[in-house]
Design a protein around this ligand. Structure first.
Ligand code: KIV
Ligand code: ZN
Length: 499
């Protein structure tokens, strides 16, 4: 059995996806989830790209101690220096250096001759190795490069000290057979390749990211680069949960395993979708609501007789619990804590106190509280902004023949602020009142979605708003059994972030 290293780039390539940029505290939350997953390498950002990226890499180095932390860098000294500086406190750091090797990238993007590309690789990998013991070199657009040139580029990187060589399918162009063929070629034609780790990084433009990554494993790759939920540039990267469960479920076929704690998969996937304000597609492999649902009678009959008739993995293996537990207003804090731990949530004392407070309020309104409600309550502890505005009270008046109006009172620390406004519907009226209170920069409400967390008339409603201020977009979330209250909380949460 070989152990395949999982290199997660949710915080770098994933963040490059449109509408997926994240705040530092969200990145830290995700980095902690990646550490719980036992990811081998976390690509925490691109240090030179922005001050925000630089600082969040630094902060991630402070909190994550088990995984290697990596920063991307172009093959230029200023990028390498920034990466090295940002990684200074990492227990184990890695610089990920990239330079394109395909004719189209070299001619039109880099405007460099192949000879200059080769000498730059040698110089910059050596420069990085002088500063950091672990250096990965990526030949960007490798799958559209000329094979013999790609082999020379990787050979130059290895000779200069690269410990990992990455073969990106940057534009998601390759097929699984071609990937196997390319890796075979490189293993036979690159001097020194047997002493380094071969990595792949497959984009999903043709829907083959995961297939290409797993094909690479059969051809000797020792590291796969991927993202949670397959986020990433354009159609995204290979999805980590699919790769990991592919290796896990077909261990005998691949003769490989990973270090990932698969029971953290579901929770981590939900965390990322939630922080980005995205719904989980119901038919998403591994983590979608339908992944373990059996609707057709014949399937249900088979599963009842023997689960394995239609299930190749168990829901528990990704962290979904078998027997739903139901809680109510008489449930104790200990039982709630224990269930959250079983669901993979290890909350600190303060977070747990706050969560239990919300649990009790919810139990007064809702007869039975299930795992989905608990999960939604736990997610809330991630999104509250400590010193921001909070909803104190509101009243709305609306109907189909009157102009809607709202009175909203918000609290910030010990100060109360109240405003009244009208609007086209109760939510618009409440949002207009909030806009009069919170001194946020100019913004527009770009998106508003509402979904129920569970079934039933007393279900919790979860509202997600996307608020844009120029280039910047923030997400706000609100949760309540009352959808107007959930809408107000979401908007206040979003504006707090904008502030
Ligand atoms: O897709 C790509 O080529 C990349 C490299 C920087 C590895 O993201
Ligand atoms: Zn990429």
């Amino acid at each position: 059995m070989r152990t395949i290293k999982i290199f997660d780039t949710t915080l770098r390539d994933g963040e490059q996806a449109p509408g997926c940029s994240m705040h530092a505290h969200e990145k830290i939350e995700i980095a902690m989830a990646l550490e719980r997953l036992r990811v081998d390498v976390i690509e925490a950002g691109f240090a030179f790209a922005s001050k925000g990226d630089f600082e969040s890499i630094q902060q991630i180095c402070q909190v994550v101690k088990d995984s290697t932390i990596c920063s991307l860098a172009r093959a230029v000294p200023k990028d390498i220096d920034a990466a090295c500086e940002a990684l200074r406190d990492a227990k184990q750091g890695r610089i990920h250096l990239f330079l394109a090797t395909s004719p189209i990238h070299m001619q039109y993007k880099l405007k460099m001759t192949p000879e200059t590309v080769l000498s730059t690789i040698s110089e910059m990998v050596a420069y990085a190795r002088n500063l950091m013991p672990e250096v990965e070199f990526s030949a960007e657009d490798a799958t559209r490069s000329e094979r013999s040139f790609l082999a020379q580029a990787l050979e130059a990187a290895i000779a200069a000290g690269a410990n990992v060589v990455n073969i990106p399918d940057t534009v998601g162009y390759a097929t699984p057979t071609e990937v196997v063929d390319l890796l075979d070629y490189l293993r036979n034609n690159v001097r020194g390749i047997e002493d380094v780790c071969i990595s792949v990084h497959c984009h999903n433009d043709l829907g083959l990211g995961v297939a290409n990554s797993l094909a690479a494993v059969t051809a000797g790759a020792g590291q796969i680069e991927c993202t949670i939920n397959g986020l990433g540039e354009r159609a995204g990267n290979a999805a980590m949960e699919e790769i990991v469960m592919g290796l896990h479920t077909r261990k005998a076929f691949y003769q490989c395993e990973s270090n990932i704690d698969t029971t953290q998969i579901y929770r981590s996937s939900r965390l990322v979708y939630n922080l980005l304000g995205l719904p989980t597609p119901i038919n998403k492999a591994i983590v979608g609501a339908n992944a373990f649902a059996h609707e057709a009678g014949i399937h249900q009959h088979g599963v009842l007789a023997n689960r394995e008739t239609y299930e190749i993995m168990s829901p528990q293996s990704i962290g979904l619990l078998k027997n739903e537990m139901v809680f109510g207003k008489h449930s104790g804090r200990h039982a709630v804590e224990q269930r959250l731990t079983e669901m993979g949530y290890q909350l600190g004392k303060k977070e747990l106190d706050e969560l239990f407070e919300r649990f009790k309020k919810l139990a007064d309104k809702k007869k039975s509280i299930n795992d989905h409600d608990l999960e939604a309550l736990a997610r809330r502890s991630v999104i509250d902004i400590p010193h921001g505005f909070k909803l104190d009270r509101f009243t709305v008046s609306c109907g189909n023949y009157v102009t809607s109006s709202a009175v909203v009172r918000l609290k910030q620390n010990d100060d109360l602020h109240e405003e009244v406004a009208i609007g086209d519907g109760p939510i618009a009226a409440a949002y207009n009142a909030i806009d009069k209170i919170i001194p946020a920069p100019p913004h527009i409400l770009e998106d508003y979605t509402i979904a129920s967390v569970t079934e039933g008339n007393d279900a919790l409603g979860e509202v997600v708003v996307k608020i844009r201020n120029g280039e910047k977009m923030v997400i706000g979330r609100g949760l309540s059994t009352d959808i107007i209250e959930a809408s107000i909380i979401a908007y206040v949460n979003g504006l707090n972030r904008l502030l």
